[in-house]
Design a protein around this ligand. Structure first.
Ligand SMILES: [Mg+2]
Length: 192
């Protein structure tokens, strides 16, 4: 079994959505970053949890997965966001910037067609806050075809938690011992 990719989203995963009153979680620290293509006056405020860096590094160091950014931040994920968490330079899926008003213009996550092409038949654990039931069905079908696929879906108002990464680790470790088709116990992990 090839080492699976670990696809990482940022918005709603590392950067939580604000609460109704605009407040960010007390666990997160404010940063102002200037995305590619903007002037210094066009900085964007992001809130990041400093604990996420070590949590992710613990997973990376196991060597069980190959981490890759999969976010509309594209290259800025690795040049702006990753360093704020102490993460090494990671590759990223070079997603387009479609003019869409919903994350699910066809009923499923807009990234998925691009990701599917990028993956080929590679196994993958994918952490994103924005999957629909159609995406989860896609993951189950993909797993059934022999390309182990785990979707992990944090609550966007909370973001990534240790249990999500523990799930990825357990899944990837199990893949090594069940090389055909991978674990069948779950392709869907959600947390409130
Ligand atoms: Mg997201």
């Amino acid at each position: 079994m090839r080492r699976p990719f670990l696809l990482l989203d940022i918005d709603g995963v590392l950067i939580p959505f604000p609460a109704a009153d605009g407040a960010a979680p007390a666990t997160h620290v404010r940063h102002d970053v200037v995305p590619t293509g903007r002037s210094a006056e066009g900085s964007v405020t992001v809130w990041l949890n400093p604990d996420h860096g070590p949590l992710l590094m613990d997973v990376f160091r196991t060597g069980l997965v190959s981490p890759v950014w999969c976010t509309s931040w594209c290259r800025d994920a690795t040049t702006l966001i990753g360093p704020l968490l102490g993460l090494p330079t990671l590759p990223y899926v070079d997603l387009p910037r479609p003019q869409i008003t919903t994350s699910h213009p066809d009923g499923y996550l807009w990234k998925r067609d691009h990701v599917e092409t990028w993956l080929g038949d590679a196994p993958v654990a994918w952490i994103d806050d924005d999957f629909t039931n159609i995406d989860h069905a896609w993951a189950a079908e993909r797993t059934a075809r022999g390309s182990a696929t785990l979707l992990v879906q944090p609550d966007p108002h909370v973001g990534l938690r240790g249990e999500h990464l523990a799930c990825v680790r357990a899944w990837a470790a199990q893949l090594i011992t069940t090389p055909t088709g991978g674990p069948t116990a779950t392709s869907k992990v959600q947390a409130a």
